[in-house]
Design a protein around this ligand. Structure first.
Ligand SMILES: [Zn+2]
Length: 445
């Protein structure tokens, strides 16, 4: 056991939320000092980080990550996925429940929680399944998962929709007891049988079965009314259509306790990309039209959409490098999310860096009820969960060189703005000088 005090850091000239430069000292896991450049006391031996021009944000929090372990370690493990998260500037992720076995018992959510702690890259908060085996027929042990060491507060059958309205009502009622939230994957199953992509002009021209916007919107409309009826909290996963934004806007105006997320890919990519039948663009919900992209950007800017969540969905090559109809749905996102938000929302003047902190850290932490530890203000004494970004850098994206174990990024071959220079989890550098650490101190695998 080491008796040396943990490494301290001083970030020179960092710009919190993109504002005026300060020096920030990280020591003993917290923000130990913060002030005008050259005015703060720096502990002996502190590691100096030249943060000139770099934006300092609270560590990013993802409400929607697929880590694939247990069950599909060929796609991703808790270790590889959380290391990718750190590389992308995250300090906490919520791990979706569609593992094998399903995260539908206290035992499985505790297993994933412990794997996250052992890996040490980010805080891992398992999402609990709403129904046993994601089967949509019987409620899972929500209370036992909430009471477990993993303290589950977010419940979702993501990948599947809780389409039975009676079960959805019961789940919404049940989670109130422990201030939980049901995160719905809104997809009416009968309207999307065999669906391969967005239903519209492109699907008609290239002959793939379409997935109508109404299949998403009808479930969201039903669920906001159910949430209102039982006085519970609802979260809408990855909404993707202009109509969905309108429904959430209406529900919020009515005082319904609903929050919503959009993925980075739905902020920029459209169904036109399906024309070459490259399955890297096959995703659930599907890429929509340019008008939908504009509507979700507007919804994110005006606060109708609360957060950006990655829906990081790694798949091994054999599940993506095949014919469109046989390929798996999903794309990776942890290492590109911040860049896409910068490109689509900040560089276009629609959002400030303080807004980015809200949608990628503060609000997801609050929705997941982890906001006593994550998504905190950049202020004296707060936990040193921080992300340092160079917004002037550009990166060429290549799925083969990313940290995630899977290569299915839809941004391969593109240049994106912004680069994560450093990530700190309770004062430990998981990323430093633009490089992700080789092995986390205390990691056991
Ligand atoms: Zn989903």
């Amino acid at each position: 056991m080491s008796t040396a005090s943990p490494q301290a850091y001083v970030l020179r000239g960092a710009r919190p939320y993109g504002t005026d430069p300060v020096d920030v000292v990280l020591a003993d896991g917290v923000i130990a000092a913060l002030g005008a450049p050259g005015t703060v006391a720096v502990p002996d031996g502190a590691h100096e980080v030249d943060a000139t021009g770099h934006v300092l944000l609270p560590g990013l929090v993802d409400l929607h990550t697929h880590l694939r372990e247990p069950g599909r370690e060929d796609a991703e493990t808790v270790f590889s996925g959380t290391r990718a998260a750190a590389a992308g500037g995250f300090t906490a992720v919520h791990a979706m429940a569609n593992t094998t076995p399903t995260q539908d018992t206290a035992g499985v959510v505790e297993q994933v929680y412990r794997l996250g702690q052992e890996a040490g890259w980010v805080d891992v908060h398992p999402v609990g399944a709403v129904t046993v085996g994601l089967g949509g027929e019987k409620l899972a042990e929500l209370g036992a998962m909430a009471d477990s060491a993993a303290r589950v507060r977010v419940f979702s059958d993501d990948g599947k929709c809780v389409h039975d309205p009676v079960l959805m009502r019961r789940a919404l009622e049940y989670v109130k007891a422990f201030d939980g939230v049901v995160a719905q994957h809104a997809q009416e199953p009968r309207l999307t049988e065999g669906a391969q992509m967005n239903e519209g002009v492109v699907s008609a021209q290239i002959g793939l079965t379409g997935w109508p916007a109404v299949a998403e919107e009808s479930i969201i409309a039903r669920d906001v009314l159910l949430a209102e009826h039982v006085g519970s909290r609802l979260h809408v996963c990855h909404l993707s259509t202009a109509g969905s934004v309108e429904i959430v806007r209406w529900a919020k105006g009515r005082g319904i306790d609903v929050t919503a997320e959009v993925t980075p890919h739905h902020l920029v990519l459209t169904d036109e990309l399906a024309r070459d039948y490259d399955p890297v663009f096959k995703v659930n919900p599907p890429l929509r039209t340019a008008a939908d992209v504009e509507a979700v950007r507007e919804g994110l800017a005006d606060g109708t959409i609360d957060i950006v969540a990655t829906d990081h969905a790694p798949h091994p090559v054999e599940d993506k490098d095949c014919e469109w109809s046989a390929a798996a749905f999903g794309m990776t996102g942890l290492e590109t999310a911040l860049s896409v938000v910068q490109q689509t929302m900040v560089d276009t003047g629609r959002m400030t860096w303080a807004d980015v902190a809200r949608v990628l850290s503060e609000s997801p932490a609050r929705i997941g009820r982890i906001d006593t530890a994550q998504g905190r203000p950049i202020a004296l004494g707060e936990p040193a969960n921080l992300t340092l970004v160079d917004p002037g850098a550009t990166r060429a994206i290549d799925g083969r060189t990313q940290v995630t174990a899977s290569a299915n990024t839809p941004f391969g071959g593109m240049e994106l703005p912004g680069r994560v220079v450093a990530t700190f989890l309770r004062g430990r550098a998981t990323v430093l000088d633009g490089a992700v650490a080789d092995q986390m101190e205390g990691a056991t695998r």
